[in-house]
Design a protein. Structure first.
Lengths: 494, 494
């Protein structure tokens, strides 16, 4: 072994050798003895050094993968995930690299001068601060100290009422008891996980998907099963095949302008998902963070609209369309889950800030919300058109994407033999930020995609930015592709 | 069995009979077939009906107790916990009973006319709304949209800086990297649980203790072990004895003005706790929600002050002294845990509201905080004196309490043969709210204590309220005490 690390296995122990080896390696990874993306010793080498069977090492490596500590490239070996140890790195929330901070959802805090195609957060200058300030003052003058007392766990009743009325415009029928106010959509995912997932329960996710959701499920000890995301929604065949095998507790999906692909479910697939889950004791968690942002004539209705059997937990985020730092959102909860969700919310933070709830209630009531959404839609659709046009004009044809007809990002596929992690690094050197696709996977096996968002780039910099990215792309694609080959004629990960 | 419920056990199954019986009963309790506080059939009756061994039933009942679904009274039998099923009742957060809503911590939303000795939340009229409003406007004018952008997961840096300076006045040394901003202390407990507790890990708690903490640990699948709380702090002998047996991951304590007892640790016990845990891979979680509120000359320093080995996670709440609905607090985190806490916070809600963080930063900097604390201390110490005086004057001597010298509540012990649950009900009928002690236990075995807080009762109503409670007390104590006796000569729970 490259590093002088001693691993001692106890042969007479009750614990199988591969488990012992797993624990040793886990510790070494967590202590940072192995670097992120460092290749672990080959199966043969490790087995030889430790005088154990190849299969012992194979099993230990597989466990590391399952735990999200390592990933494999077929034929090339097993690598340490960069998120596996306790140091700052790209894939950890709050990670800082080259002056760039990236969180699990691809959100970024960037030094000036960087062209940021990674963030899908709007420019703070677009926030409706003036209106919000006026309403905060109205609330404080009206409610005085009551704005800061404990609030109902479920949420401030008038806000829940206003939310119900707002939902009606989306054809979602809900009563105040259905509504749970949350401190942002991430908390919604966390609260649902607490309420429904016990250690060892299974959760289905689209692959790729939002990393913050994966982390929340993982934190509950869930077994996470990927279902591939296709251009018109989740892979139904896979879903149908895996449902009886895994009997998941939850299915987490983003039906409109999915993160990271930007793709949306067809009406057919939405209907079909609800049909397929019938008879299973499972709930669909619908994460709706963008469905207002369709830029063509196509309708992008929430899945919840079709939910006749009360199997959809609908989570609504305001972060991308309104203001991310507000930390406010809501969920629509099927009746059978009210109490469990209430307990989970109480355990999480007792209740959401009363001042913000009261202010947002007025914002909804005064119709400011509807006006703001159409304002944001106008801004974003303008950026979307400029972005797509620039990409069409400047990107090499070998890089594939599908026009999402809305949302905030595009999902690009590199030709075979080229890697998004490598491409990300090359962009970074030119002060350009994109998001490598591996951030959106349960394990880091897919390294062929990257995401670009046009939400945070000022219109006058969009084409210039796309040209710069295209330059890096062309340079990279001009090089020979790299096809991994088998080093030892033996691939354990089939 | 009283109710016509059929339980079928499968003798040829791999699952032991007592586990099967446990699952059946769990389902029946959760479906509400048994009422809260209903007595389960006796061991003999149940064993006879099902044609199983007594010990099978004993084990099933014990499991129910462990899961918090049932409790036993020695010699009298096993009872269903009222929190066990999915309906509104006293012990569930958000429960509404007789127009009174009680959450897990004993917080209450009360209809007018009720004398509320259950809440430890200050009157909203005492909140510094005017100052806070001024500062919010200052922040909005200064920071505009930036106040609503995504904020650092760890918290707004200038706020963390201000917190460090504030901590220095408590002799706690911390740097900005040590500080994690949280959306209230409950979230702090939840985040720490996520970061440190895996399914099956052990957590020590003081018994009795804050219910919201118990729920958070339980939600992680922790095994919760009680250590008795004494008048000068945790029972050191029990702690020393149980440490090597259970090797807990966390020890959750409230060293000053503990909830619900109001008791504080002696300097000796604080030092001793830190000594005893040496060599164990455990952390002490110090929940500090009141330590500013000492009304005598005695000093009530946080345990964190003594923490030389970086084993104390310090959680600071502002809810009781400042404004509960603000949902803001902070933690001081030992260096080795920074990244794990950061990930857990990110999973929980990404970050705390930026607007509130920025406003509170100014509140700390402008010294308004220090002034407000001394203002609240004056108010509370006045109520404390009136309350203690009234209790001394009007309560029967048979009801025991210890003067806490600070904080917001007193913890009373009824004489043997009298029950706090019953007493709670009698008070409720007179429109008086107290908190029965069983709310603060991991299982509902102790029914001899109740808590009264003087935080939310206006000074002019304190004596009148105490007289009313004393009236109910005297009436109850005038009745014959009830001593439970053995119905079948057999007590399985020894």
């Amino acid at each position: 072994m490259k590093k002088s690390v001693t691993i001692q296995l106890i042969r007479e122990s009750d614990t199988p050798l591969y488990i012992q080896l797993f624990w040793h390696l886990k510790r070494l990874i967590e202590e940072g003895v192995f670097d992120g993306n460092e290749r672990l010793p080959s199966i043969r080498k490790m087995a030889g050094d430790l005088e154990v069977n190849n299969i012992t090492v194979v099993n230990a490596y597989k466990l590391l993968e399952k735990e999200g500590l390592a990933y494999s490239r077929i034929g090339s070996g097993t690598y340490v995930c960069s998120g596996g140890h306790d140091r700052h790195d790209l894939e950890r929330p709050g990670a800082v690299r080259n002056g760039v901070q990236i969180d699990g959802g691809g959100e970024t805090h960037v030094k000036p001068g960087v062209i940021n195609f990674a963030s899908s957060t709007p420019d703070p200058e677009l926030f409706p601060v003036e209106h919000f300030k006026m309403l905060i003052n109205r609330v404080l003058d009206r409610d005085r100290g009551n704005a800061f007392g404990y609030h109902e766990i479920q949420g401030y009743q008038p806000l829940r009422q206003a939310v119900c009325e707002y939902l009606r415009s989306y054809s979602i029928e809900a009563c105040v008891d259905n509504i749970q106010v949350i401190s942002g959509a991430q908390q919604g995912i966390d609260v649902v996980s607490k309420a429904l997932i016990d250690f060892g329960d299974c959760v289905f996710v689209e692959s790729p998907t939002y990393r913050g959701a994966i982390e929340a499920f993982r934190s509950r000890g869930a077994r996470i099963v990927d279902i591939p995301m296709e251009e018109d929604g989740i892979d139904l065949e896979e879903l149908e095949r895996k449902l009886p095998v895994y009997r998941p507790r939850l299915i987490y999906i983003i039906p409109n302008f999915q993160n990271p692909t930007g793709w949306s479910y067809s009406e057919y697939k939405k209907k079909k998902v609800l049909e397929l889950i019938k008879g299973y004791n499972t709930y669909v968690v619908e994460d709706d963070f963008l469905s207002e942002l369709g830029y063509t004539r196509r309708k992008f209705a929430p899945l919840k609209v079709m939910d006749r059997e009360e199997r959809v937990i609908y989570i609504k985020s305001f972060s991308k369309i309104f203001m991310p730092g507000l930390r406010l959102g809501f969920m629509v909860i099927p009746e059978g889950l009210w109490n469990r969700i209430l307990s989970a919310k109480h355990v999480s933070d007792i209740s959401t800030s009363g001042l913000l709830q009261r202010t947002f209630e007025l914002y909804l009531r005064d119709n400011l919300w509807v006006r703001h959404v159409s304002y944001m839609k106008e801004i974003y659709s303008g950026r979307y058109e400029m972005f797509i046009k620039a990409v069409e004009k400047h990107f090499p044809r070998a890089v594939y994407y599908k026009d999402p007809e809305g949302g905030l990002h595009l999902w690009f596929k590199l030709p075979e033999g080229y890697f998004a992690g490598e491409f990300y690094n090359r962009c970074l050197k030119r002060n350009i930020l994109i998001t490598p696709g591996s951030l959106f996977h349960t394990s880091n096996t897919d390294d062929s995609h990257f995401r670009m968002s046009f939400a945070a780039v000022a219109p006058e910099r969009i084409e210039q930015g796309v040209i710069a990215v295209a330059g890096v792309l062309k340079e990279y694609l001009a090089e020979e592709p790299f096809f991994p080959y088998r080093t030892d004629g033996y691939s354990p990960f089939v």
